[in-house]
Design a protein. Sequence first.
Length: 431
Amino acid sequence: MSDGRFAILDPAAGISGDMLLGALVAAGAPAEWLRELPARLGLSDVGVHIEQVDRCGVRATKVNVQLADGSHESPSELIHQPHTHPHSHDHHHAPHRHVGELIGVLERATLSEWVRARAVRAFRLLGEAEGSIHGMPAEEVALHEVGAMDALVDVVGGIEGFERLGIDRIYHRPVAIGSGWVRAAHGAIPIPAPATAILLEGLEVSTGGPVVGEATTPTGAVLLRVLSSGAPPARWRIVGAGAWGAGGRDPEGYPNALRLIVAEPSHEAGEIVVLSTDLDDLSPEYLEPLREALFDAGALDVQMWATQMKKGRIGFRVEALVPPAEADRVSDAFMRHSTTAGIRRQTMERYTLPRREVEVDAGQGINVRVKVLDAPDGPRVKPEYDDVAAVALRTGRAAHEVARDLHHRALRLVSPDGATQAVTPNKESNE
């Protein structure tokens, strides 16, 4: 699903389900997809309202999940605020839904397995956290109607939104938990609330800063648990950082919003892990699926060559260059997709030229991806092989001629005196 980009969640003001939904829409997830999500979950009486708001001078996207009567989940009330939120409900007498029932909704819904598995795990974790506090089985934990419907849309939308963006690697920076006390059904409780504290176990938190009140909700905490791989890689570059999802409160002094940063790896200089193994009992025809699995797991490069092993057997050395953060993931792919019994790991440093990618018009409405290396003597370009092969197949031209033509076009596009000029297809390329 991923094209190499990844997401970094920056919960400096905390995280909740609606904050994440707002950030995803701001990052490019279709608003209409989110509005249609409740119907796909069988929640006919639930609507999604999306608006642009201001949070301490920052433009942010606010998402409200509400029932037909206009009621919706509200921020927890600080104990020094004597009034109740205008949309708050008396939850003591409202209908309830059990966690087991909500999991059943997810198992029947039309979702990809990537989304469904994470959503089901999220509700199991929510149920286990609440159940451990109240001494009951996870699936018997009850959520009031408004909160249950809100949680379903928040959890599924918060996961599926990344799928809509084509991103399956998510990291997060330290999460703010807030400070103070909030009102609960049985009186005042300190922040973080008991269930939130359980769900945040193992995650790096931030206790400083100006945030007062409940910054991170149980739903926000569980979404981090099922989505995030932890701290971001050591080196990365920003692709998009203007995606902010607004929280329900609008305090003075700081933007109550979650920032979603879209990034890509930056490997010009830095540390890498070299993973290698020797295979003499894997048929050569299965080396290519192994290579693909290693790349999918996060390898930067994979090389294979024949080698002679003990007792004169011919084998293959497989070596993968991997960012340190992905070393365990790629190691697991080695074990799953080959016959190896062990892997060698070495940590090294490397230096590479800065690289980027541009699109070049190949004619007939076809765009081709071209890698650009910024070398000391000027840019170096290389059209993506798969795109070249597709153009050759579609036009009937020889692949090496297509590659040569695209190489010249790309150089004109990225040269210092023509970097902003589009490359126009010539007559030859349209034949």
